[in-house]
Design a protein around this ligand. Structure first.
Ligand SMILES: NCCCCCC(=O)NO
Ligand SMILES: [Zn+2]
Length: 344
């Protein structure tokens, strides 16, 4: 298992997140990276390599150029106004105010590009997001050249980032950037299996009209779980992409037995689509102790998750998404990778 990590992923050190009506220290904290590395080391994954720099082209193959420029300039624009706090959106286009133009001021641009108010932009955000997609692309390169599995310790995560939207702690959609690069390298179909507790609305939006990426997600029911407005079972893709989006929303409180039953259905759908690569959006916020999620997987269930993912029998790229039980995150991630090696 190739492990790819960059210390620059810790460059984003936001101080505030709007949560429960208060500004709190962000759940998606840089300490998650150190805890995952420690857990991997303890499990015997001692060889960790740094990514190459892949530049902006792979990002622009997925994301809108004006959006990327916004992410690059937002913090400076915000600070130029003398603002002391972090850049947080507070007004949006809405059902009754469609917003057909992008405003020039940073508050309007934040509202245009932000999914929600939970994700502040601060110093280091763009640098960390660039490092995170480099981690994903270098881990992918290993899988494509060596055929062996790889884990990209991506941070910030990516699956909520859409073509031109950030939020849910995500800025660049690492899994989408990797999938697009894999297709451009000659593969004909890639599966992205999102096992994070939250629906990967961004990944779905990026590929929903395409049949060369099969997006499959197992997640908390959006009727009660973030991101609330996407992830229903009747969202199946559009046009050429019809049938290539598969959502398995599950009720809060879902435990291992049901979750693994649904995983087998997801694997069967991937098998019948004839995919040549499996990208796993690996969030471990399905853990019973996760502070902001609501499934009930135990630590050992992540071993079983890894074993079963190996059973898909595909070249596999794991990319880190969510998981906020910081004390256990390293063990939970290491368990998935250990289980995968056991099942291979
Ligand atoms: N602040 C609202 C919840 C954000 C969830 C982020 C996540 O873990 N996505 O997978
Ligand atoms: Zn999540």
């Amino acid at each position: 298992m190739r492990i790819v990590h960059s210390e620059t992923t810790k460059a984003r050190r936001a101080r505030t997140e709007l949560d429960g009506g208060q500004l709190v220290p962000p759940w998606e904290c840089p300490e998650r990276v150190d805890m995952i590395l420690a857990g991997l080391r303890q499990a015997g994954f001692t060889e960790v390599v740094a990514p190459a720099e892949h530049g902006l082209a792979p990002v622009l193959a997925v994301h809108d150029a004006y959006y990327v420029e916004f992410l690059a300039s937002c913090w400076d624009d915000w600070r130029a106004l003398g603002r002391e706090g972090e850049a947080i959106a507070w007004i949006w286009p809405t059902r009754t105010m469609p917003g057909r133009r992008i405003p020039r001021c940073v508050d309007g641009r934040l509202g245009h590009y932000a999914l929600g108010a939970d994700t502040a932009i601060c110093a280091g955000t763009f640098e960390a997001a660039m490092a995170s997609k480099d981690v994903a692309l270098s881990a992918l390169a290993h899988v494509l050249t060596d055929g062996g599995p790889a884990f990209g310790l991506c941070r910030p995560p990516g699956h909520h980032a859409a073509v031109d939207q950030f939020g849910g702690y995500c800025f660049f959609n690492n899994a989408a950037v990797a999938a697009q690069r894999a297709l451009e390298s000659g593969l004909s179909r890639v599966a992205i299996l999102d096992v994070d507790f939250h629906h990967g609305n961004g990944t779905q939006q990026i590929f929903e009209a395409r049949s060369d990426v099969l997006f499959v997600s197992i997640h908390g029911d959006p009727m009660t779980c973030f991101p609330y407005f996407m992830g229903h079972a009747d969202e199946v893709g559009e046009g050429d992409g019809a049938g290539y989006t598969v959502n398995y929303p599950l009720p809060e409180g879902t435990g291992a037995e049901v979750w693994f039953h649904v995983l087998e259905a997801a694997k069967a759908r991937i098998a019948e689509a004839g995919c040549e690569l499996l990208i796993v959006s690996l969030g471990v916020d399905t853990f019973e102790g996760d502070p902001i999620s609501a499934f009930r997987l135990a630590g050992d269930d992540f071993l079983e998750m890894g074993r079963r993912l190996a059973g898909a029998g595909l070249p596999t790229l794991f990319l880190m998404e969510g998981g906020y039980a910081v004390a256990e995150i390293g063990t939970n991630v290491a368990n998935v990778l250990t289980g995968f090696e056991q099942g291979s």
